[in-house]
Design a protein around this ligand. Structure first.
Ligand code: SF4
Length: 260
């Protein structure tokens, strides 16, 4: 009886607050790599930040996620935007992003970086997020709606609340925050799409999620992006320790072209 009353898993919103204290100070945010180029999206400049509000078993981020205050250094929005845009121009990329961990932690920093990138003209900012913070506060989506060159990719962890709990260790109810993020973004006219981690999902789970997305807006089903685990050695070790085996996964040197 008592166990029925005990919440299973951590609260990602409480974790967000704790991590924000470690990796943000005013408009500053801690990063472990600024900046790198890459083939994703056909070419994109990326700054990798520290600190996340989830603990996915398939995560490829090591110390920058688990000891985020011990790696890298603090950067101002001006410094990050300048380095992103400079690399994008040198390599003729049209896209930039913040990746590595969860970019929505430290809202004032993120908004300033997006604003500065937008002011340079011609470059689109891809916001890759797990959606937890945007789903928990509709004013976040409203703040993002003032940018015209922004696209939000909401990376959903699994297809059901139970699968989300198994993959992230967070309380199952927080699964809904990711879906709510998509709804909040669409309600405020922000361009977005769902990317869904399907490596561990059943057919029934996938159908459940498709119905949920369809209930929000059919366009989310049409733009549904599939994500799969890439088996970097430390990811394999994390999965082994968690006792979780993916149904579908790829080695880093044989990632299908359509997933790049
Ligand atoms: S949301 Fe991304 S960065 Fe955070 S734990 Fe999950 S995979 Fe890692």
């Amino acid at each position: 009886m008592v166990s029925c009353l005990v919440s299973r898993g951590y609260d990602p919103l409480a974790l967000s607050e704790a991590i924000e204290k470690l990796v943000c100070k005013g408009d500053l945010r801690r990063y472990y790599r600024v900046v790198r180029g890459g083939r994703w999206y056909g070419g994109i400049a990326t700054a990798d930040c520290c600190g996340c509000n989830l603990r996915c078993v398939f995560c490829w981020s090591g110390a920058p996620r688990d000891q985020p205050h011990k790696v890298g250094r603090m950067y101002s929005p001006e410094e990050v935007a300048h380095k992103l845009v400079s690399l994008a121009k040198r390599r003729e990329y049209r896209l930039v992003r913040i990746s590595g961990n969860e970019p929505t932690i430290g809202r004032s920093h993120l908004l300033k970086v997006v604003e500065l990138v937008e002011q340079t003209g011609g470059i689109t900012f891809i916001l890759e997020t797990n959606g937890i913070l945007i789903g928990s506060d509709t004013s976040y989506a409203k703040d993002l709606s003032k940018f015209s060159r922004l696209h939000v990719r909401v990376s959903i962890k699994g297809t059901t609340p139970e699968e989300f709990h198994r993959l992230t260790g967070a309380r199952p109810e927080a699964f809904e925050l990711q879906l709510q993020a998509l709804k909040n973004l669409l309600d405020h006219g922000v361009r977005c799409h769902p990317a869904v981690m399907l490596s561990f999902s059943t057919r029934e789970g996938r159908e459940f999620l498709i119905r949920k997305l369809s209930d929000i807006d059919r366009v989310l089903v049409e733009e549904f992006e599939e994500e799969y685990v890439f088996l970097y050695p430390h990811v394999v070790e994390r999965l082994r320790r968690a006792g979780i085996t993916p149904r579908v996964a790829y080695s880093p040197d044989s990632i299908p072209e359509e997933l790049v």
